[in-house]
Design a protein around this ligand. Structure first.
Ligand SMILES: Cc1cc2nc3c(=O)[nH]c(=O)nc-3n(C[C@H](O)[C@H](O)[C@H](O)COP(=O)(O)OP(=O)(O)OC[C@H]3O[C@@H](n4cnc5c(N)ncnc54)[C@H](O)[C@@H]3O)c2cc1C
Length: 628
């Protein structure tokens, strides 16, 4: 059924745009999704994978909030790995190697089947604005679309400029046109633009790779789904491969530095330090003579392989020599060369926590345009922008996310509160409560809110409620079931644990590092639980018991932060007049204008002393104000 009168226009059907359209449409708001080419919907501009540390947690949060990324990922997954299984639960994260083509297909299928989304192929060239409010968009062919809100998710396309050696040409990414008119229009409207850059490595023809000389990296055997609510059919699984650069690769890079866009002085934009190009790796880390490279298949019906780790902006002939200097790639043919891209993005401090622009009402921004990098980060922001745009039109209260409940909240608080000075991506180290913000409990953390907001329905919340009840039943069972020394000692001996001399509860036993729930149930029998039930909750119960002490301490700190978030900083507070705050602290506060004491506490450059003074000042300020 065609969507007649859109209320929201989403510009761009990348990762952010698709989630924005989906979230708004799920609230019943008609959405027009205008994108330069629907065939490239949710295109993975760089590596064909979803998830990883912190990002995997975010994808599950998006799913718990009714989003689409996890569903498309499951439908296109050709290798799954749970990362960091040997480390603590906070950094365990799911990662999927995706079939690039199938991912686009899955996302397009979902988006185009939504009754409230209409997709058009169009390049938006300007926003229609009057009275400080966005009223619609104009396309490059002169077509006007009215809207009560616009979500801008144009990715790397705004003034996009590809650089390869000393050559440069406008493009949104390889093969796609840049969005230049819209970039000019946004600047004229006063959006505070910044210039960032990113890069991508060459893709190889897999038939020309000598796999016998590479190290195979198979996926996990376990079947895993990113989505809590939907089950996709499992595709044939493939391996990734590992190799490394040689002394010759390093020499080639260092000898040709001047020819690279980056070191030849051509690039103006700031790139991500955490995701360096190969030029950066050899220059900035001279002690590391060898760099690991990973060959990641681009799909099941293509031989194209993504050469992870060799991102660069060298001229083509240098890239070819670099590739041939790598073990196993001596004869490899390049299908697509690597390149760097510069683009406009906008200072996210000019956004509200809902991702609405504080400069132009009704305009929401999400994804790479906010100075972030990564599909998952973009998708998470898209969801928040679409959700809030729709709720604003429905005169419903805005929805914001806190650092205590989600990676989504961490990201929003980081970018809106502190701004970015390089492409921002999520790391688990950015989250102070990462033991709580796990991939396995994203549904428990966020699905109740999603249900309340109308983002998921009764069927989905019933799944979450059932899991919650099962977890509680299992925890209760473990704490009330006690075993005698005679019964348990043979087991304890078998796992190298000290023998018991009195009756012990299963919970107490499980706290021992050598004891796993699976082996314990294996020995004693699962009693009240079916194998299917246990499969759903076993790892979660186990880590909740084993890490109970840490989790409780984190809960106490979460409470403290929540209380600080409740202390609002008046928008008119003159920080420069508080002379007892350090000079740097005052400057920081004036520049970032935190809206709560909690936000202020996370500003770099603010000492604990500064914070106490601010707290006292806020107390005084509160007392000076008239009651109410
Ligand atoms: C070369 C390259 C290398 C990258 N390397 C990495 C990396 O190593 N690690 C990493 O995490 N991320 C990397 N990224 C970034 C990653 O691709 C983005 O973070 C992610 O795609 C952002 O999603 P998005 O939805 O914000 O934008 P995009 O995925 O870029 O989608 C933008 C969409 O907007 C559409 N569009 C743009 N302008 C208009 C307009 N005026 N009218 C209509 N439609 C429009 C486009 O067609 C596209 O569909 C790289 C990107 C590129 C291009």
């Amino acid at each position: 059924m065609p969507v007649k009168d859109p209320e929201i226009v989403v510009i761009g059907a990348g990762h952010a745009g698709c989630e924005a359209a989906w979230a708004a449409a799920n609230l019943g708001v008609p959405v027009l999704l205008a994108t330069s080419d629907p065939a490239n919907m949710a295109q993975m501009s760089c590596n064909p994978s979803v998830g990883g540390v912190a990002k995997g947690q975010l994808v599950r949060e998006i799913d718990a909030l009714g989003g689409v990324m996890a569903r498309a990922t499951d439908a296109a997954s050709i290798q799954f790995r749970m990362l960091n299984t040997g480390k603590g639960p906070a950094v365990r994260a799911p990662r999927s190697q995706s079939d690039r083509k199938l991912y686009v297909q899955a996302m397009r299928g979902l988006i185009e089947s939504h009754p409230h989304i209409r997709v058009i192929r169009a390049m938006v060239s300007a926003l229609e604005v009057s009275g400080g409010r966005v009223r619609g968009v104009v396309t490059s062919s002169g077509q006007r679309y009215c809207a009560r809100a616009v979500v801008l998710t144009a990715g790397t396309f705004l003034n996009g400029l590809i650089r390869i050696g000393d050559r440069s040409f406008p493009a949104g990414r390889a093969g796609d046109p840049a969005s230049e008119d819209l970039a000019v229009n946004l600047k004229a409207l006063g959006l505070p633009a910044m210039r960032f850059k990113t890069g991508t490595p060459p893709r190889l023809d897999g038939r020309t790779v000598d796999y016998a000389r590479l190290v195979e990296q198979p996926g996990d055997d376990t079947e895993y789904f990113f989505s809590f609510f939907h089950r996709a059919e499992r595709l044939p699984q493939v391996s990734c491969w590992q190799t490394r650069t040689s002394a010759e690769t390093r020499r080639l890079v260092l000898d040709n530095l001047k020819l690279s866009s980056l070191y030849g002085g051509y690039v103006e934009g700031r790139g991500p330090r955490y995701c360096p190009s190969i030029e950066d790796k050899f220059v900035r880390f001279p002690e590391r003579e060898i760099q690991h490279l990973f060959l990641e298949p681009e799909g099941i019906d293509t031989r194209e392989v993504y050469l992870n780790g060799l991102s660069n902006s060298m001229p083509h002939e240098v890239q070819e020599r670099m590739v041939h200097s790598v073990e196993g790639l001596e004869q490899a043919e390049i299908v697509r060369h690597g390149y760097a891209i510069e683009y406009d993005c906008y200072d996210p401090r000019a956004l509200k926590p809902t991702l609405e622009s504080s400069i132009l009402s009704g305009l929401y921004l999400a994804g790479q345009v906010n100075g972030t990098s990564g599909y998952e980060e973009a998708a998470g922001q898209g969801l928040v922008a679409g959700l809030n745009a729709a709720r604003a039109l429905q005169d419903r209260q805005e929805v914001t996310f806190s650092r205590t409940e989600s990676y989504l909240g961490v990201m929003l608080d980081d970018i809106v509160g502190r701004g970015v000075d390089e492409p921002y991506r999520l790391f688990s180290s950015r989250a102070e409560f990462r033991l709580h913000l796990r991939q396995d409990n994203a549904d428990l953390r966020l699905a109740p809110l999603a249900y309340e907001l109308g983002l998921i329905g009764p069927e989905q919340i019933a799944v979450v409620e059932a899991k919650k009840a099962l977890l509680a039943r299992c925890r209760d069972f473990l704490s009330r079931t006690r075993v005698s020394p005679e019964r348990i000692n043979p087991y304890l001996e078998s796992v190298g644990s000290a023998s018991a001399d009195s009756w012990l509860s299963l919970e107490k036993l499980l706290r021992r590092p050598e004891v796993s729930l699976a082996s314990l149930f294996g020995f004693l029998g699962p009693w009240e639980f079916t194998a299917e039930e246990l499969e759903k909750i076993l790892p979660q119960v186990e880590l909740e018991v084993k890490y109970a002490g840490y989790l409780d301490r984190e809960l106490a700190r979460m409470d403290q932060l929540r209380r600080m978030e409740e202390v609002k900083i008046p928008p008119d507070l003159d920080f420069s007049a508080i002379s007892t705050i350090s000079h740097e602290g005052r400057e920081r506060l004036a520049r970032c204008r935190p809206s709560t004491l909690g936000q202020a506490s996370r500003l770099p450059g603010l000492t604990p002393g500064d914070l106490s003074v601010l707290m006292v000042e806020l107390g005084k300020h509160g007392r000076k104000r008239p009651a109410g």
